[in-house]
Ligand binder design. Sequence first.
Ligand SMILES: [Cu+2]
Length: 265
Amino acid sequence: MTGKRIAVWVAPLLALLALAVEPVAAQTSLNEELIRGLNIKLLYVAIPITILVELILVYTVYRFAKSDEAKPTQENRRLEITWTVATAIILLFVGFASYQVLGVSAIGGVTAATNPDAGPAATTLEYEGAIGPNPGENAVQVEVVAQKYFWVFNYPNEVVNGNESRYVSTQETMVIPANRTVYLHVTSKDWLHAVHVPDLGLKQDAFPGKYNTIKTVVYKQGTYQLYCAEYCGVGHSGMLGKVKVVSQEEYQTWLDEQKQSMQEE
Ligand SMILES: [Cu+2]
């Protein structure tokens, strides 16, 4: 290969790699930012390929429409090498870009493998599978319990009056602070449900008898819609909730108020 030909191959490869590591603009949450960023990167690659393939198709139809006898292409080594290398470059790009996103525990899953020194998970049921935060990670832990047809959000670390078995617990609206790591221990009390907050890029199955932990950092304060994303019966479409993201101060005030009102009960 001549220097010029190598440059023809290397230049697009470098461009693709640069695109793969390029950060995208801040979104609502870490999860949403990573997922959307990957989608856009893949779209940048997919659109030119689509246009190229369609152009070749239209050209071929036009050019050979009047041929009586189609002549098949004989062996063409240069063409074969071209499409093999071009496909390899694209697949490498897709693999590299996807791995960068899937390798992040907020997307790929908070598993024991990625989190061997995990601290204790704050849960209230005797189930397996919940993974706690990393050491030194100042995280909020919320237990998300699905049930026909509503959501319960427990804050087991936020005990009321020093009584370990009494903790802050809410229904319908989960309150979390912005810009702080949040671990959600998702489970169910009856059968299959799934927690889904599309605007935050969060989705996880709720299994009875087992925890699935997901993780996020929300950047933007606001109220986000929460859905059940697993058909669970006649009340499924009404199995809704809200995620209210507030500042750290507001979050603390809200917790104190909850504890106060529970003490008075
Ligand atoms: Cu459900």
